[in-house]
Design a protein around this ligand. Structure first.
Ligand code: HCB
Length: 217
């Protein structure tokens, strides 16, 4: 039954149907399904299919746009519940998050921000298309322990390195840790640019943030 529901969720994203996606997200809440399961096993399966189809020329920009809108409608419904489920209340540290300059993908970054916040981190979300210097200035302003940097394009990944350099330029490295992520980002890329952490999803980002700060997973 739930498997069928997960398939329907994926399909609403493939169809680029924000209303249907939102209705299913509301059903998740009404039926007490784990919202993170719904995202990872349902909706994200759909968004990945659209992304793959776009990659091989079987889908086009309007399909990506609609899939993105449907996914955003889902996150808007499920976000408050994800945040509410966070049980740890003491602050584990300040984290600045954002998507790199030149990149406007924000769905994954927002999920990471929500999960970090739900897990007890104080999160400052700078949004998308964020210049390296803004990451660095905000990190200094809020005495951040970690800066979480998202990039979804192979052409913008390099700006994750620029964020590390901008932190270095104002003397915040290596004290302020940097965690990177985003579809094209890998652990070996993270190591190559000198980042302290990497995660392929939002749950992993929480464990990684705790590990970086010496608290284990
Ligand atoms: Co976009 N796009 N897109 N896109 N897009 C991708 C990323 C491609 C891979 C699709 C493809 O070709 N297969 C591709 C990039 C190819 C490449 O660089 N090699 C691509 C392209 C090419 C483009 C445009 C250039 C298309 C064009 O205009 N010709 C354009 C770029 C605009 C720009 O940024 N300057 C573009 C635009 C769009 C939108 C606007 C239509 C829309 C975004 C809407 C929005 O975000 N508000 C969009 C979408 C939706 C996608 C796909 C389909 C889904 C992205 C997504 O939301 N995934 C994506 C294909 C794909 O990734 N499978 C496609 C779901 C989330 C939950 O996953 O990976 O973002 P996530 O985040 C995870 C994970 O990575 C990790 O945790 C998150 C939660 O689990 N994580 C972190 C992320 N950040 C982290 C930071 C940390 O510190 C730690 C962990």
């Amino acid at each position: 039954m739930t498997e069928e529901l997960f398939r329907e969720m994926a399909q609403t994203i493939i169809d680029g149907d924000p209303e249907a996606a939102e209705a299913l997200a509301k059903r998740v809440l009404a039926e007490g399904i784990d919202p993170l399961d719904a995202i990872n096993k349902g909706f994200v399966v759909g968004v990945n299919k659209v992304g793959d189809a776009f990659g091989c020329g079987d889908a086009f920009l309007p399909d990506l746009v609609l899939a993105g809108e449907a996914m955003k409608a889902v996150v808007a419904v499920l976000d408050p519940e994800l945040a509410r489920r966070g049980t740890q209340r003491q602050t584990l540290g300040n984290v600045v998050v954002g998507t790199v300059k030149g990149d406007i993908h924000d769905i994954g970054k927002t999920l990471v921000a929500t999960m970090l916040s739900a897990s007890g981190f104080q999160v400052y979300d700078l949004g998308v298309d964020v210049p390296p210097e803004r990451f660095a200035a905000k990190a200094r302003e809020v005495s951040a322990a970690i800066v979480g940097v998202s990039a979804l394009l192979t052409t913008t990944m390099v700006n994750q390195k620029s964020v590390i350099e901008a932190l270095d330029d104002i003397g915040l490295r290596p004290k302020v840790k940097v965690m990177v992520g985003g579809a094209p980002v890998t652990r070996s890329w993270a190591q190559q640019i000198g980042a302290d952490g990497y995660s392929e999803d939002a749950i992993g980002a929480v464990a990684e943030a705790k590990r970086i700060l010496g608290g284990g997973a």
